[in-house]
Ligand binder design. Structure first.
Ligand code: ATP
Ligand code: MG
Length: 574
């Protein structure tokens, strides 16, 4: 490709909305254009990188027995009603009506459609396993689209789904995809970490995310300083070093006045206690069910853990009217003792580490002191419902948890029969019985991964593409286009390099050397081969490796082999 013909334009000024470097670089290098908030045109350079990632994904999946399909982005509401998600998915789901008034949505994910697709073909256990995937544009009406392709509203996802005869086989499929994802991100040249993850609206009970390590990442990861334990903050857990203190001498409960003191901090200060001695009590709605969550006052409630424990589709704070109906009081004065209505109570382990705590009295303006768990109230369960923080102890060893930021580029879920039972995706098993298929689902954000590669690999001059994802692998830079001998030698070399299998462009524009160097650095071609009139007289060219910004001279006839070998080395999985 001649750069004069390439559909791109490098920019000096970028739109203000680009807050992180990779987003700015996508604009500056002429790779994307914004069409609407969170909706982008992918220009040729961006699409080439995306296609390269897709090819890596295809190769790794196909060799593991997966098959590619393509499902529509417009999906009928009936399928979502069948799975029960039409009601739960919330405003992220873009709903549409057709001219006959039929309800549809733009697919944010395809569990329903694939489950329907498979149930139409599935008869016998002999057909399974199936593992089907697609590359497709998803639409999620994100609250805050930002960071370019990282959090778009329309974005390209590879999504895959496995169907197996049993839990055991489904876990094997999950493991296979976990391994495939490790291979895909390693081959893409990314520094990443697989971490334990919460399952959110997709559901299921086991999940890992693949996190590209970068400070601009939106996710917080906690990982052990000693062992391989790593988890998303939503899922991360720790071990308390504190043991439960003796409650046997705690006097009976007693109400005390706490006028206008609602928050843990206010109540603690008012009563001359530490926040650790106060019980934080919040009522949440998990789908339609109210649940009281209790944690020690110095801890934060982790809604993702509540959702996972209750196997709910959605979790949100209860409204004032629900709080009033259940407690007879207001937010800030609720507690587990003396509720008007009995509801499910989940207590965090931290509550059990204190001999007693002060909780809301379910009377406006009052708190109850000396509340002892299992003496004054009985929780339905004691578990982990708090946000774990750096510095706490690893759940697997005596290491300490450390915090870093990550960009979630992929996630794998073990779904079990969540969708197949509801949607009757069944087969006849070996005993002649009809049973639901056991499923897993697996997603990679294709655009997000490509942008994450930029976020992780750039300098003040521009992008430094990992070879595997570079839109082109090399650029030939003739510095004097007005000199026939320079032009001819450069074009000759450009053709040879392409013939040798290196995807090469030539900057044939009649521009100053500095202009061409800047563009080449900005776009981030891994290798630049520079043809200047002077060095050409000696039969040499300069070869610059973008990764190190080092230049070396070599004979023209050695340069093709050099670039071919450099590419080969770079593509080796390290
Ligand atoms: P997030 O937590 O970042 O919103 P998610 O967990 O909801 O993402 P999944 O349902 O797991 O996303 O989707 C699979 C993959 O699709 C994610 O790992 C991510 O790489 C990508 N992805 C999800 N949402 C977006 C988005 N708005 N823009 C670009 N890529 C996305
Ligand atoms: Mg995810």
């Amino acid at each position: 490709m001649k750069v004069s013909q390439l559909f791109f334009q490098t920019l000096k000024e970028v739109p203000k909305e680009a807050q992180i470097e990779s987003h700015r670089l996508l604009y500056r290098a002429g790779m994307i254009q914004k069409l609407a908030s969170g909706v982008y045109n992918y220009l040729p350079l961006a699409l080439r990188s995306i296609r390269k990632l897709e090819d890596i994904i295809r190769e790794e999946l196909n060799k593991r027995g997966c098959q590619e399909v393509l499902m529509p982005s417009v999906q009928p509401a009936e399928l979502w009603q069948e799975s029960g998600r039409w009601g739960y998915y919330g405003p992220e789901l873009l709903r549409l009506k057709d001219r006959k008034g039929g309800d549809f949505c733009l697919g944010p994910t395809h569990e329903e459609v694939i489950t329907d697709m498979v149930r139409r073909n599935l008869r016998s256990y002999k057909q399974l396993p199936y593992n089907l995937y697609q590359f497709q544009s998803k639409f999620r009406d994100e609250v805050r689209p930002r960071f370019g392709l990282m959090r778009g509203r329309e974005f390209i996802m590879k999504d895959g789904y496995s169907f197996d005869v049993s839990e055991e086989k489904a876990k094997e499929s999950y493991k296979k995809m976990y391994d495939a994802y490790n291979a895909i991100f390693r081959r893409s040249g990314l520094k990443f970490k697989p971490v334990d993850a919460a399952t959110g609206a997709i559901g299921g009970d086991m999940s890992h995310e693949f996190q590209v390590l970068a400070d601009a990442g939106e996710d917080t990861i906690l990982s052990c300083s000693k062992c391989s334990y790593a988890a998303n903050l939503e899922k991360a857990t720790s071990v308390y070093s504190e043991n439960r203190l003796d409650s046997s001498n705690v006097p009976p409960v007693k109400d005390v006045e706490t006028p206008n003191q609602r928050s843990v901090e206010e109540v603690a200060a008012f009563l001359g206690k530490t926040t650790k001695e106060i019980m934080k009590s919040m009522i949440y709605m998990v789908d339609e069910e109210p649940v009281l969550i209790l944690v020690r006052g110095d801890k934060e409630i982790n809604e993702a853990k509540v959702q996972a424990f209750c196997k709910g589709n959605a979790v949100e704070l209860a409204s004032d009217s629900v709080i009033e109906e259940i407690s007879g009081a207001e937010h800030g004065f609720i507690g587990p003792v003396g509720l008007k209505k009995q509801i499910k109570i989940l207590a965090d382990y931290s509550v059990t580490t204190m001999p007693s705590l002060t909780a809301g009295a379910n009377k406006v303006g009052f708190h109850t002191e000396n509340v002892v768990i299992k003496r004054d109230f009985t929780p339905d369960a004691i578990g982990d419902f708090v946000v774990t923080t750096a510095g706490e102890r690893c759940p697997h060893c005596d290491g300490v948890l450390e915090e870093c930021r990550g960009i979630e580029v992929g996630q794998v879920f073990y779904l079990g029969t969540k969708y197949s039972s509801k949607m009757k995706c069944e087969f006849i098993d070996e005993n002649g019985e009809s049973v639901p298929a056991v499923m897993g689902c697996y997603g990679i954000g294709v655009g997000r991964t490509v942008q994450a590669a930029i976020e992780q690999n750039h300098d003040e001059f521009g992008i430094i593409w990992p070879m595997a994802l570079a839109p082109y692998e090399a650029i030939v830079l003739p510095l004097q286009m007005n000199k026939e001998e320079v032009k001819n030698a450069a074009f000759d070399f450009y053709e040879k390099l392409n013939a040798a299998g290196v995807e090469t462009v030539i900057d044939d524009r009649d521009e100053r050397a500095g202009f061409k160097f800047n563009d080449a650095d900005l776009v981030g071609y891994p290798v630049q081969i520079i043809f200047g009139a002077k060095s050409l007289e000696r039969g040499v060219v300069e070869v610059k490796i973008r990764k190190t910004n080092e230049k070396q001279e070599m004979k023209i006839e050695d340069a093709v082999d050099f670039v071919v070998n450099f590419k080969k080395e770079e593509l080796k999985i390290k």
